[in-house]
Design a protein around this ligand. Sequence first.
Ligand SMILES: [Mg+2]
Length: 249
Amino acid sequence: MNHPKAIGFDLFNTLLTVHPDAMEEAHQRQIRALHEEGLPVEAEAFGKAYLEAAVKFLKAAHKDGRETHNRFWMAEALESLGYSLSPEDPRIAKAVDAHFSAFYPNSKLIPGTKELLGDLGERYPLGMLTNFTDGPAVRKLIDLLGLNPFFKDVLVSGELGYRKPHPYVFERFVEALGVPANQILFVGDDVEADVKGAKAAGLQPVLTTCVEDGNLPAARTPLSPAETVYPEDVPRISCWQDLRDLLEA
Ligand SMILES: [Mg+2]
């Protein structure tokens, strides 16, 4: 490892975890919002249709790297139940916001995260690059958790149009930090998105398995997790002390 001049972080399952109840709560909240907007969908049928649409759009996003958005999933789910609405319909926007509102009370920083960012921030510019479909929702979450002051820049796939591991988002990230790619250490939990993505773009990846090793609740997406093989040639950390040690080495 070359000594880095800047450090980048993923967000979900890297700096924070989301309680598993969040998914069910998000479902309940979006059903309630749809009902309030005059769309009396049946909860179970809508939940099933929404999940199917989410999986379809997320698989496409994984394939070509272009980010998707929940409004498309919701429009497709509603269509299958006989409600024809544009993805841009304000009733859909309200239900999407209701969905994300479940994440705010259910997200928690990994222990020691603020102390780590505070210490590292004195020595390196820090950046965050997260895959998240909805820019405003994740920015609100980052703000609620008090993370903003630690970061020179926060980049979100939903605002860039592409998601990790696509090289486009890493190129924007390198530009934002203003440090050559090979002098940026990038810490993330996802082998494909974070480790392989960062490596392909010339950054130095570090894999974190803190959530798994600490038996913390993991943030989930509608896609079932891929079978993961940890790369042998990439540094792996299981808690923030490991990252401190790695940077001291
Ligand atoms: Mg992650």
